[in-house]
Ligand binder design. Sequence first.
Ligand code: ZN
Length: 313
Amino acid sequence: MILSLEPVLKENVWGGQRLVTEFPYHAEGEHIGECWAISAHPHGDGVVKEGEYAGKTLSWLYKEHRELFGNINAEEFPLLIKIIDAQSDLSIQVHPDDAYAREHEGVPYGKTECWYVMDCPENAALVIGHHAKTRQELADMIAQDKYEELIRQVPVKKGDFLQIDPGTVHAIKGGFLILETQQSSDITYRVYDYGRLVDGKPRQLHVQQSIDVITVPDEADTKALRHTDGLPENQLNLLEECAHYRVWKLNLSGNLSLPQDYPFLILSILEGKGTVDGKPVEKGAHLLITSGHGTIAIEGELEAILSTVGREG
Ligand code: ZN
């Protein structure tokens, strides 16, 4: 079965208009920051568009028909796929791991996430990691507002891929369009918000939680970033495999027969168009291919990110 969900669009202070002008998504509002394309999270539970399960949410389907997801054990549908349009900088933030999220937030999942950079300005950079050598130094630099010295800026270009483990300080900057594959969680600790006011007030910071969960010393810069230029066409190219997900890039020119041997497979079209099992798809489509579907026939000129659960799924 190939499912397609009604996307859930989110308004964010830092969001722009690209999701509604360059993609087939609809939302009112000036600052549309996120499209939750495949999600069973309670803050944006996708509804099946058509077919036998039309009108059902993904969380319902996962609960009632686990066989469609290879009978995996994860207590909630484990992944959330979104596209982010940052018109201005996001806050500098960090996420907890599962153990911390469970203990302190009462939710099953912390947040490991990864980004495929769909677009960004020339000579752009993202915030990935920090320079403090000890937790005390980290706490001192935060207390003294020394963010420019604390954070690490990493040069990034279109097509780059970044893995953000829990405990990694990070921030998306204005001008970035990103496809994010993440655990199904929205627990975010805001370290710093550039002193911005939203509706006349600064947004809440989570300084103590941040100091608790930030990895010290930080090694993210040596591990987080990889370039994807020159990947071979017409095959799945593995970008990341971790406990929570596997993510591949596909550059298709022609056709591909893809065995679906995974508990489920998510296909997100970034660019171009084609067909999947004969059905037309184009930029902005996200398909959830269930367990036991058998071989998938993909045809066209397109770029896609595919994902499924990771080793612990
Ligand atoms: Zn994040």
